[in-house]
Structure formats: C-alpha cells, structure tokens
Design a protein around this ligand. Structure first.
Ligand code: SF4
Ligand code: SF4
Length: 557
C-alpha cells in the first residue's frame, strides 16, 4: 500500500495515499465533524462542516473530498477552522425548527450533538424560519419532516448506491430545497429504513417506532437478526422489558452497517406478542393446561421411556441456537438411543444481491454441524413424516419450529401417540402437542448461531424471563445493583416463564437418568468447542461482538 507522510494537528502520520483527510483522521482517532459524509457512501461534500486548514492552500478545504498528499500539514482545531465550523452550524440552523423536545432523533442526533459542541449556542437570526411540509409519508415505513432536513443527500445516495434504486431526489433550490420521490412513487425498497439510521437529523423517522420512547429510556443489547441465514448484526432496543426496535450494528464481514426492513420489523414481534406461551402446558382431557416445570418434564420423560427407540423421532430446529441443537442431538444419541433426528430445511424465499438470503432461518448451518441430522441409517425429516403416516413413528419430540405449517405435516402430527414441543408462541404445532414447553426466544437467551458463511455469532438476552429474574435475586449483589439491573435495563414490563431449549432438554435427560452437566449456555458452547471439529479453539470470548468463522465445514457423525 503506497503511503504518504502528513502532519495532523501537529502529529506526524503515515497514511494510505488514497485516503481523504477525513478518512486518515478517523483511522487515527481524530474526529472531524461531518453530516453528509458517511463511511459507506460516496462523498458529496455539500454540508461543509468538515472544513479544515491545509497549509499552503488559500482557502479552507473540505476534509471529506481532499485527498492526502506527501508533506501535507492539516489543522482540524485551530481558530480559523473553529470559526468556519461555527459559521456552518449557524447557516444550517437558520431554518432548522430546533424542535428537539418533540423530535424522535433527540438523544442520538448528530445536529443536536454538534450544536452543543461546535456552535456558538445562540442565533443572530430574528426573521421567521422557512416552513416546510411535516409528517410526509415518504414511504410505507418511513416518515419525512422536511423542516428538519439539512439536505445532506445521504438518503438519496443510500438508495442509489446500496439499495440500488433511484427513489429519492432533491427538488427546488436554495432554502426551498427538499427531497421527494417521483410523483406516484414511494420510498419502499426492501432496505428503506436504513435511511432513518443514516439521516443525521430527525427528518426521516421510523413510522412504527415514532414517539414510542425517548432513546435514553431504553437499553440496547448486541444480538443477531433471526430473519434469514445472513445473520445481520443488530442492536435490540428495549424499554420496560419490551422490544421497541432493532437497529443494524456494524460488521463488515456480514452486513456492513445495514439490515433489511423485514428483519428490522418482523423478526421480534413474537417476543412481545399475546400468543406467547407463558408457562409449560400438558394436555388434560383434550385441553392444554398450564402446569409447573417439574410436572411437564416428568410427563415427557415417562412418555418417551414408554416407546421403543425406533418408534421415536426428534426434530431439531434451524431457528434454535447451536447450543439448543447440540444438546438435543446429544439427548437423541445418549439418552434415547435413536438415530431418527433431523430438522426442516423448507424455509426458503426470495433473495437479493445486497443482504437478503433465500434461507429464512438463522441457524440451518449450525443445526446441521452440531449434529441435528439423521445418523447412520436414521430417518430424514421427510422419512420421519412418512414414518408417522405409516404408524412406524409413534412419538415425536420437536423443538422451536412450527413444523405443522409445512405442507403435509399437520396431518401426520395428528396421528402421533405422543408429541412434546418447545415453542415460544402458540402455533399450529402446539395445537397437536401433548406437552408444550415454554421456550425462550432469541432475545431472552445467551447462545450462538451459525450463518450461511459458517460464521458463529453471539446472541444475548435483551429482555428478561422469570427464571433470569429469580437467578438475579439469588445472585450476590447489592440491593442497589439488583434494583438497577431490574429497573434500568429491563424495567417493570411483563416476564415469561420461559427457558432456553438446551436447559429443558438437559432437565428431561436428568429425570431419565443421564446428567448433562451444564449451568450456562457458555458451558454447552465449551463442550461443542471440544467435540465438534469446526468449533475447536473457539469460546464465547473469541466469538466476541463480530463472530468467528468455523475452521472447516464439518458435519458430525
Ligand atoms: S432527509 Fe436526512 S438524510 Fe435525507 S437529505 Fe435530509 S437530512 Fe440528509
Ligand atoms: S437480511 Fe436477513 S439477517 Fe439481515 S436483517 Fe434482513 S432478515 Fe435479518
């Protein structure tokens, strides 16, 4: 990489000669303010807040469009630069409504932050501000407030360069300038809501999240989207133990800084839904009735014991974690001795060249690799269904997938003598179950999932369950810390009596006489890392925030 030597605020640096000043400064932890520049979009150089002084240049230069050169001496904080920044801020704020108290962006707004940091703190303008359109439904999922727009063009460039559709355009000139779609068109591309994230002000807002919460009242937890096999890195925003929004989290190896609208809007509603299974249930006199965990576990253990190993089949899940699937496969092998174990691979749909994958499950790769596949003469998913119809398979233990919604499966399930399922929400499969275990969703548990690239990524609890609350109560911590953990992070919202699937399986194994010695998902993962080839050498710590690639594609026997 050819480099050049520059001096930035008195510090000598050697930087890539292709970089602009803003990029070189950023790589060396020097922040140059910017509105229109975005690391993943082309530079447009229109906001002028990134003005810096380059010695021997007659005028200040915009750092986002000026390439570094040998011997360049750059000042980002001297008096001339500070005066220019204050002038640009004054200019941008002339017509801005300054309605932070009622603006959804407040608390995470670049303009608000820069107004505190880089402006004089008062306005010399006494004239009326320009008024423009407010609450414009610019797309089915995005609302536009023209008065707040600072004409940075990030949203236009995002549509052109990332989503690949020219849906937004500047119209008018000077202080009348605004963004619009072509008449009759709307901002409706599958990635449209990313413009909300990159808009540096509150001009573009998420229609669904608007006015639900101030951001400083929420907690944010790093996780992974469960909407398809891409596994986009996300941040789950929660208030009062209820998920209010998802946002993309940067991971250049997976999703850059973007996510699709489907993943953002549709992959978490079930966590808050009324259809949540609130505790374990057993069918009594034809009806599913809520029971305690011990009763549901004992019933399942005794029912499974009453069938021959060839009469039983286990259905793992491409929606469950590596840990859930690993313990499930171990239960099939070591406790039941059945080889009839598989999962449904039928969840495909449309894909595209940006992020969206055809496989709509988050962990088909992981389920397969940790052992959920027919072993040595065992039955595949299709053969299990056929076996049920023929009366050869009489009992099924199934986990975290609405199998009954797949063609031809519901009819088969109704023929079973015993069906136990783990589910987070009522669905077509739970209607046929004899025992239903309340399973934690991806937002309520620790664990890992493996995306289509064989990248193992961490999920973490963003909302709490009753079990986690109880564990917290038993944990050695001060009363104040407990209060803070319960109330600041999760608030007083609803709790479900749900457990992670690996833990439910381990409890049944224990009652059937085989002790699985795991206390946490971490313990399960450590065992996976010892026993499953591709995982060797990994740990939760190594997976970290950005995930880790499996060493090789290995399917265990
Ligand atoms: S709506 Fe936001 S992103 Fe688009 S031009 Fe205006 S300020 Fe920039
Ligand atoms: S592309 Fe897939 S993983 Fe990414 S946000 Fe969309 S549904 Fe979620």
């Amino acid at each position: 990489m050819p480099t050049v030597k520059i001096t930035l605020d008195g510090v000598q640096l050697e930087v890539d000669n292709k970089k602009t000043i803003i990029e070189a400064a950023r790589e060396n932890n020097v922040h140059i303010p910017h509105f229109c520049w975005h690391e993943k979009l082309s530079a447009s150089g229109n906001c002028r807040i990134c003005l810096v002084e380059v010695e021997k240049m007659p005028k200040l230069a915009i750092a986002c469009m000026t390439q570094v050169a040998e011997g360049m001496i750059v000042h980002t904080k001297n008096e001339r630069v500070i005066n220019a920044r204050e002038a640009v801020m004054e200019f941008i704020l002339i017509n801005h409504p300054l309605d932070c108290p009622i603006c959804d962006e407040a608390g995470e707004c670049k303009l608000q932050d820069y107004a505190y940091k880089y402006s004089k703190g008062f306005s010399r303008f006494i004239d009326d501000k320009n008024h423009k359109e407010k609450r414009v439904e610019i797309g089915p999922r995005v609302m536009f407030d023209a008065e707040r727009c600072i004409s940075c063009s990030r949203c236009i460039r995002f549509c052109d360069e990332v989503a690949g559709v020219h849906q937004l355009q500047f119209v008018q000139r000077g202080d009348r300038v605004t963004i619009e779609t072509f008449p009759g068109e709307s901002l409706d591309n599958p990635y449209s809501m990313n413009v909300v994230d990159i808009c540096p002000v509150g001009a573009l807002t998420n229609k669904e999240f608007r006015f639900k919460s101030r951001v400083w009242e929420m907690s944010f937890t790093d996780s992974v989207c469960s909407g398809c096999a891409r596994g986009c890195n996300i941040e789950i925003g929660v208030r009062n133990n209820e998920i209010l929004r998802l946002n993309p989290r940067k991971n250049d190896d997976v999703n850059s800084v973007w996510m699709c609208d489907h993943g953002r809007l549709e992959t978490w509603k079930h966590v808050n839904a009324e259809t949540r299974i609130k505790s374990p249930m057993i069918r009594k006199e034809g009806q599913l009735v809520e029971v305690g965990w011990d009763e549901a576990i004992a019933k399942t253990a005794s029912e499974l014991k009453s069938f021959g190993k060839n009469e039983i089949a286990l259905l793992g899940s491409a929606y469950a974690t590596n840990e859930d699937n690993y313990v499930f496969a171990k239960f099939a092998r070591e406790v039941l001795g059945t080889k009839n174990i598989d999962f449904a691979r039928h969840h495909s749909g449309a894909d595209d060249a940006v992020l969206i994958r055809a496989d709509k499950t988050p962990n088909a790769t992981g389920a397969e690799i940790v052992g959920v596949h027919p072993a040595d003469g065992g039955l595949s998913f299709e053969k299990i269904i056929a076996g049920i119809k023929e009366g050869k398979i009489k009992a099924v233990y199934a986990m975290e997938c609405d199998f009954a919604s797949l063609p031809g499966v519901e009819e088969a399930l109704s023929k079973l003598e015993f069906l136990a399922v783990h589910a987070s929400n009522e669905n077509a499969t739970t209607k046929h179950a004899d025992v239903v275990f309340a399973a934690s969703t991806y937002a309520e548990k620790n664990g890992t999932i493996t995306n289509f690239q064989q990248r193992v990524q961490r999920i973490r609890p963003a909302v709490t369950t009753l079990e986690q609350d109880r564990a917290m109560d038993n944990f050695e911590m001060s009363r104040w810390d407990k209060f803070a953990a319960h109330n600041d992070k999760w608030g007083k919202g609803p709790r479900r009596d749900a457990r992670p699937s690996w833990k439910i399986v381990a409890s049944i194994a224990g009652v059937m006489g085989t002790k699985f010695k795991y206390n946490t998902a971490d313990d399960v993962f450590n065992e996976i890392c010892q026993k499953v080839e591709g995982f060797k050498g990994l740990s939760f710590l190594k997976v970290g925030k950005k995930g880790a690639l499996l060493k090789q594609s290995t399917v265990t026997a």
